[in-house]
Write a protein that binds this ligand. Structure first.
Ligand SMILES: Nc1ncnc2c1ncn2[C@@H]1O[C@H](COP(=O)(O)OP(=O)(O)OP(=O)(O)O)[C@@H](O)[C@H]1O
Length: 233
């Protein structure tokens, strides 16, 4: 579903992403780990077509991202670290607005069912988003992905700053979407969640993917050792 083919991004002399090759299948939850500046956001931003590759290509559902960004937009949902929502509108109104922007129209009861599916408590649906916790805001992002029937979820540190319960709830939502065959690519610093929730892990260093493994192959402690080993060498 997601392919990076010799994907490279250079800023002047800085190789932010160096010849990345990656395959993410429907249902996979691929977690990108790596220190600050390793190239995780660059990878996500290339799949989002926020930036153009210097060479190579990002491909989603067999469409090269930079060649047909409009088609790609329909396939993907993006949840950044801090989702931009209208604070004066309710969660339900935000969902209606953004889903409308994406060219879809739903009845109120359908929008409500998306919020329910995303795990937002019903008392919050009509409250202004400015009263929401970060975890609740992220659930609006998940509801948008559900409403869009996105095939691909791109996440850039979506759980940073979430408390463990909210983070756990978010992981459960990702697992549910994975069961519906959504392919997820997530940049994260959370080794624990990556191991718990991810199907695959990629460790990045200085723009290079230096390690790829299935989460089934490794336990928490060995993953931490492997990660630190890469960071220290
Ligand atoms: N717009 C830009 N202009 C110049 N250099 C950039 C730009 N965006 C990113 N970089 C550089 O590209 C490299 C990779 O950055 P990137 O943001 O992808 O790292 P990251 O792994 O997401 O880090 P973090 O964990 O801090 O989010 C870094 O050296 C960064 O300074």
């Amino acid at each position: 579903m997601l392919h990076a083919v010799n994907l490279t991004k250079k800023y002047q002399e800085n190789l932010a992403l160096d010849n990345l090759n990656l395959v993410i299948e429907p249902g996979d939850i691929y977690c990108l780990l790596g220190a600050n500046g390793a190239g995780k956001s660059t990878t996500i931003n290339l799949f989002l077509n926020f930036i153009a590759p210097t060479s190579g290509k990002a491909v989603i559902d067999q469409i090269e991202v930079s060649k047909d960004p409009q088609a790609i937009k329909k396939l993907i949902a993006y949840i950044p670290e801090n989702l931009v929502l209208y604070n004066e509108l309710s969660g339900l109104e935000n969902l209606e607005y953004f889903v409308g922007l994406a060219g879809m129209k739903y009845q109120q009861d359908e929008l409500v069912s998306f919020l329910q599916e995303a795990g937002l408590q019903s008392e919050a649906f009509k409250k202004r988003v400015k009263t929401y916790s970060k975890g609740m805001r992220q659930k609006i992002g998940v509801a948008m992905a559900i409403a869009k029937r996105a095939k691909v979820l791109l996440l850039d540190e979506p759980t940073s700053g979430l408390d463990p319960k909210a983070s756990n709830e978010f992981s459960e939502l990702l697992l549910r979407l994975s069961q519906q065959n959504v392919a997820t690519l997530m940049a994260t610093h959370d080794l624990f969640r990556a191991k718990e929730t991810g199907t695959d892990i990629g460790i990045m260093k200085s723009g290079k993917l230096v390690e790829q493994l299935s989460t089934e192959e490794i336990n928490h402690s060995d993953l931490e050792k492997l990660y630190l080993n890469h960071m220290n060498n």
